[in-house]
Design a protein. Structure first.
Length: 211
């Protein structure tokens, strides 16, 4: 069973990410008091770590994931407010490393198969969630960084993917310097990533057919 999971590990991660993005905010609004989105982000973290933990030099996300669970447990048990920032920092760092590992898998030499394509898509979606949590953290540290209302996690995810896709609806506007800086980085890096990944996958596929 473990071998079967490893063969489809990026598929399972993709499913968990789509679940979070597709119905997470809706469930969060329907089921009050359970922080559904935060629970789904924890599921995403576990799936991301499981997908890259066996990669070379990628054991660190596992350690960070354990630290995240400990920090969240301490906050829930003891009500320590500082643990929220610590756990979010651990989540962001672990997801950043998992994103890098997914990109490396997608761009490495070898045949272009479904798992390689899904690894590239996983990296894109993980980056969107990473920026979303970063926006959420920025708005807590610098209140009103995105207008008058506090930016909750659901709106942060929505804003992140609108920014990365360069849709520019304008219903949420970054106003503080840290928020604007993050927005620029996400918009530019999101477009550059798509160009690089498409070029690399096409090149690998052409080499595969040539052989």
């Amino acid at each position: 069973m473990l071998t079967a999971y490893r063969r489809r590990r990026f598929t399972w991660l993709f499913v968990s990410l789509l679940l979070t993005l597709g119905v997470g905010a809706t469930l969060d609004s329907l089921v009050s008091g359970y922080n559904v989105l935060q629970l789904l982000l924890m599921v995403n973290l576990v799936a991301a770590i499981a997908s890259v933990a066996h990669e070379n030099a990628m054991r660190l996300p596992l350690v960070l994931g354990i630290g995240f669970i400990i920090a969240r447990s301490l906050r829930a048990a003891l009500g320590l407010p500082g643990m929220l920032a610590v756990s979010d920092g651990l989540w962001v760092t672990a997801i950043a490393l998992a994103t890098v590992a997914s990109v490396r898998h997608a761009l490495a030499r070898g045949s272009v198969d479904t798992e390689r394509i899904l690894a590239a898509l996983d990296a894109y979606l993980l980056a969107g969630l990473l920026f979303a949590v970063a926006y959420w953290m920025v708005d807590r540290a610098w209140p009103s960084s995105f207008g008058g209302d506090a930016l909750d996690l659901g709106r942060a995810i929505y804003f992140s993917f609108v920014t990365m896709a360069t849709l520019g609806y304008g219903d949420i506007v970054p106003t503080s310097p840290p928020a604007r800086g993050l927005t620029i980085v996400e918009a530019v890096s999101g477009q550059m990533y798509l160009v690089v990944v498409v070029a690399r996958l096409v090149s690998l596929y052409s080499q595969q057919r040539g052989e």
